[in-house]
Structure formats: structure tokens, C-alpha cells
Design a binder for this molecule. Structure first.
Ligand SMILES: *[C@@H]1O[C@H](CO)[C@@H](O)[C@H](O)[C@H]1NC(C)=O
Ligand SMILES: *[C@@H]1O[C@H](CO)[C@@H](O)[C@H](O)[C@H]1NC(C)=O
Length: 518
């Protein structure tokens, strides 16, 4: 078995970077058996800064070795319907890419896309087609003519990064964003704050960051956030912020103890005082600008957490429990009241809200129907009921798509199916999914090799046609190639067949065959 897999990979080293190796697999791809030399590309028809900047980024990625130029650049004729499209959930990322057998100015390579973001996906695919021959010192595309027509299966394809359990510098997050775009992932779910630390500087409530961060330098200024969000947008990556309440918020009490049940019992946040909701409103204003599509996070979706609420600190507090009695609330009513008030604040700022699946498990169809449910509990099969009731779903089940689960194999991640059990008429309610990179054991020293290459298994599940991506053994050589592709760009993707995700190579070996060794 091991031997066969070895052979399958070895035979592919001969065909590095042809249409046969594109990751994630395009919806439709056909290729021939010729090859064409490609000294440089000249892109014709671009007008927006976004598109031109994308070409500037991709040029050195496509042509990483400098060579003496002896042949004319090949024209690529680009047609983009809307080159200044807004990036939101559902923004069109489709494209076509056609490389004729003998490209010329009369019969050029062509790319079409609906938006500049589709064009960026086409550039990534193109970059995976171009090969460098060290003996000839020349670039070529093998397997021409190539015809690709491509679009994502799901609109929401992300990785969650948690900057509370460890602070992740903006420079690190930028590399994560780069790497997401390489795999055609389009969402960075930023779990910005949690009980362990509050690294964001809120202008309205400055003590949150000042007192709640690990140290005075492990903080994000509003300008840091704005810069990252714009950096990601230019790469077709939406940044969706999460502010998790009423649990997972202990760090907030450092600066504002009045919003917590007590010094020693800090969460869930205190539901009995308006100070709590005033603070949340001020913080949300800092993040959203107080209205739709503006502020630091113009993204329409906002994640409000709502998970793992243990109400003991409420019932142990005399003030809170007498307030609950006055309202006629039990613990679950209080939890529901909290969630509804925070959702209303986000709605008033033009945001659509997401919550972890506990809010569905507690409140079901009494939730506002626009609420998006984020499935995560180990073994959860909540998707079919959520969607049958008309609610939208994002899929991240723990034990399957949790990247901090170091012994979860890429095969398990690849074989996951977010639409399992969901009726055909509700499939449109499955927005997609996310790999979750919880931060307890990752910081800058380890985050990239914990995310990669396994997040690529998730990216193919979310981008590619389900029927063409059912067999892990068929996918494996391409997956191994994609790991090398990431490495070639300096992304610290771990050996792909590690038993424990982020282990270093255990001995000498090439990029493709750094495989499992006991
Ligand atoms: C608390 O806020 C709610 C909602 O805005 C309001 O109806 C209520 O009067 C406020 N309570 C106090 C004591 O200010
Ligand atoms: C995928 O396979 C199923 C079951 O064989 C089939 O019914 C369906 O039409 C296929 N879908 C596509 C897009 O080929």
C-alpha cells in the first residue's frame, strides 16, 4: 500500500505544473499533449488597480527564476465584466482560462471573469500551469491546449484564526492571507478576542485592549486592522470578525469589571446591567462604523459566537439572580435575552449575524431567521435540521475540520461533506465551511505549518465538484504537489503525510516524498 502510493507520487514528478496538478481541482479542465514556451506574459485589457496589482504580485510567483529573455512575451487577453466589484459573500469568482496549442497575437491565451476576484483565481490557476526547465533555462506550459472553466462550489470558504489564545502579529496574518488565496480560500474568520486576551484597541472603550492584552505591544490598533482587511481584500479574501459573547469574554473584565458577574467569576458577561450592552454597542461601532459596509470590517457577516455558555456565574451572583427573578427569566431565558440584544445591536449596524451551533440547540426557530448557524460540536449532525428550518449553515465540525486537532488527517478533512443529510431543496442554504485554527498551541512559530497543507483538503472540498473529488488516493499526488507549491512560495506547509500535523521532516528527502515514517 505504502509502496503503491510512493510510485503514484514519483511518476508525477515528471509532470510538475501541468493542468493535471491544479489544486483545487477546477470544475472543468481539459488538456492536450503539446507544450508551449512562455517567456513572460503581457496582460491586455486590464483597467483597475486591483487587477494590475494582482498581476504585479503574480509575475514573480509565475516566473521565480530570472532568465535571459530570448522570445517575445505571450499575450493574455483578459475580459472582466466588472473590475471594481465589491467583495462580499457571493461575489462572483468564476473564470475561464484558455491556452491554445500555439498562442500568438492572433490567437492569444484568454482569461474571462465576471469580477477582478475571478481574475485573481485565474491567475492562481495560471501560475500552477507554468513550469521551469532548469536545463533549458526556460518556462513552459505543458499539456496544451488547455481549456478551463471554473467557479467555486460554495461561496464561503475560510480559515478561522484565533488571536486571543496567542497574539498573531499582522505580518503573520498577512502571510496567512497570502496562503489562503493560493488555495482559493476566500475568508479569514478573525476570532479577535476571547477570555485569555483582548488584543484590540477599542477607541470607545480603551481599557479593553490596554488592560486585556497579554502585553502592551501585543495589540492591534484600528489602523493595523484596516491595513490587514484591505490587504486581504486585494487578494479576494473577506475578513470576518468574531466577537464572542456572553461566554469567552473574561478578558473584558480587566478594564471594565462592572460588565462581569464578579472579579472571580467573570463570564458569561453580566446581563443585568445596560453597561454591558452599551460597551458592546460602542465596541461594535468601532468595528463596523455603525452602519452597513463601512468601518474597519466592511464585511456584511459578523460572527457573534454565543458558544459554551455556562450560566453558573449568573446564578452565583445575588445581583444577577435577583434581576433574573424580577424579569421572570431562568438561565436559558437570560442566555436567549443576551443573544437577542447583541444580535439587535449588530443588525442595527447593517450586519448579518453568525452564531456557533449552541444558539440553535438552545433556541432553534425562535432565532431571527437571518441568523447563520456555525456547526462545530464533535459529531454534530445539526445541518439537516438547521437548513430544513430555512436557516443558513457554515460547517466546521470539531474532529474533522479543526486544524488544532493535530492527529486529524488530511484524508479525514478531504472526505468531509458539509451537505451530508441535507435535502436537495435546502442545499443553497449551505454557505460553505471553515477550517478552525484555534490558537492555544500556535503562534508565529507554528501557525503556518499547522494550517498547511491540511487546509488545502478543505479548500478542495469547498471549491471543487463533489463527484470528481471523492477519492483521496486519486487526490493524493496533486495534494502532495500543492504542498510543494506552497513551500516554493515560502509558506511553511508541513510534510503532507505526517501522522501529527505539524511535525518537521523526520529525515532527508525531497519535497514530494517527505512522508510518514514511524
Ligand atoms: C436599558 O436599555 C434598554 C434598551 O435600550 C432600555 O429599554 C432600558 O430603559 C435601559 N435601562 C436603564 C435602567 O437605563
Ligand atoms: C454526481 O453523482 C450523482 C450520483 O451518481 C449524480 O446523480 C449527479 O448527477 C452527479 N452530479 C454531477 C454534477 O455530475
Amino acid at each position: 500500500m505504502i509502496f503503491c502510493r510512493f510510485l503514484a507520487v514519483a511518476s508525477l514528478t515528471a509532470t510538475l505544473a501541468s493542468a493535471a496538478t491544479i489544486w483545487p481541482l477546477p470544475q472543468s479542465v481539459s488538456y492536450g499533449s503539446s507544450s508551449v514556451e512562455t517567456p513572460q506574459f503581457q496582460f491586455i485589457g486590464l483597467s483597475s488597480d486591483d487587477s494590475k496589482n494582482a498581476v504585479k504580485r503574480y509575475n514573480p510567483l509565475i516566473f521565480p527564476h530570472s532568465v535571459e529573455q530570448t522570445v517575445d512575451a505571450l499575450d493574455i487577453l483578459v475580459t472582466i465584466d466588472d473590475e471594481d466589484a465589491e467583495l462580499q459573500l457571493g461575489t462572483d469568482e468564476s473564470y475561464t482560462l484558455s491556452v491554445p496549442e500555439s498562442p500568438s497575437s492572433n490567437s492569444p491565451i484568454t482569461i474571462t471573469a465576471k469580477t477582478q476576484y475571478g481574475f485573481m483565481r485565474a491567475l492562481e490557476t495560471l501560475s500552477q500551469l507554468v513550469d521551469f526547465d532548469f536545463d533549458a533555462e526556460a518556462y513552459s506550459i505543458e499539456g496544451v491546449p488547455v481549456e478551463i472553466s471554473d467557479s467555486p462550489r460554495f461561496p464561503h470558504r475560510g480559515v478561522l484564526v484565533d488571536s486571543s489564545r496567542h497574539f498573531e502579529p499582522i505580518s503573520t496574518l498577512k502571510i496567512v492571507v497570502d496562503s489562503l488565496a493560493y488555495a482559493k480560500l476566500n475568508v479569514l474568520h478573525w476570532h479577535l478576542v476571547d477570555s485569555q486576551s483582548f488584543p484590540f484597541d477599542s477607541k470607545s472603550y480603551p481599557l479593553l485592549g490596554k488592560q486585556g492584552a497579554y502585553s502592551q505591544f501585543e495589540r492591534y490598533s484600528p489602523n493595523d486592522v484596516a491595513e490587514l482587511v484591505e490587504y486581504a481584500r486585494q487578494r479576494g479574501v473577506r475578513v470576518m470578525v468574531e466577537i464572542d459573547t456572553p461566554g469567552h469574554a473574561g478578558s473584558w473584565c480587566e478594564g471594565y469589571p462592572e460588565i462581569c458577574p464578579s472579579k472571580t467569576c467573570t463570564e458569561p458577561l453580566n446581563p443585568s446591567t445596560n453597561a454591558t450592552f452599551d460597551l458592546i454597542e460602542g465596541l461594535f461601532k468601532d468595528l463596523t462604523g455603525g452602519q452597513a459596509k463601512s468601518g474597519l470590517f466592511p464585511e456584511t457577516l459578523m460572527h457573534l459566537g454565543g458558544d459554551e455558555v455556562n450560566t453558573d456565574c449568573w446564578t452565583k451572583s445575588d445581583d444577577i439572580s435577583s434581576w433574573m427573578d424580577q424579569q421572570g427569566f431562568d438561565e436559558d431565558d437570560t442566555y436567549a435575552y443576551f443573544i437577542a440584544r447583541v444580535q439587535a445591536i449588530a443588525h442595527s449596524m447593517g450586519r448579518e449575524v453568525i452564531g456557533w451551533e449552541e444558539i440553535w440547540n438552545h433556541f432553534g426557530t425562535s432565532l431571527d431567521p437571518s441568523t447563520i448557524i456555525h456547526q462545530w460540536l464533535p459529531g454534530s449532525t445539526v445541518g439537516p435540521e438547521v437548513t430544513a428550518a430555512g436557516y443558513r449553515l457554515i460547517w466546521s465540525t470539531d474532529g474533522v475540520w479543526y486544524l488544532d486537532g493535530l492527529s486529524t488527517t488530511w484524508q479525514t478533512m478531504y472526505e468531509a461533506e458539509p451537505t451530508e443529510g441535507i435535502s436537495p431543496s435546502s442545499l443553497h442554504l449551505v454557505l460553505g465551511g471553515e477550517g478552525c485554527m484555534w490558537g492555544e498551541t500556535v503562534d508565529t512559530s507554528s501557525i503556518l505549518q499547522t494550517i498547511w497543507p491540511r487546509a488545502a483538503a478543505i479548500s478542495e472540498r469547498l471549491w471543487s465538484d463533489k463527484n470528481s473529488t471523492q477519492n483521496v488516493d486519486v487526490a493524493e499526488p496533486r495534494y502532495a504537489e500543492f504542498r510543494c507549491h506552497l513551500n516554493s512560495r515560502g509558506i511553511a506547509a508541513a510534510p503532507y503525510d505526517n501522522l501529527i500535523a505539524r511535525n518537521a521532516p523526520t529525515g532527508p528527502g525531497g519535497c514530494l516524498d517527505q512522508r510518514r515514517r514511524e
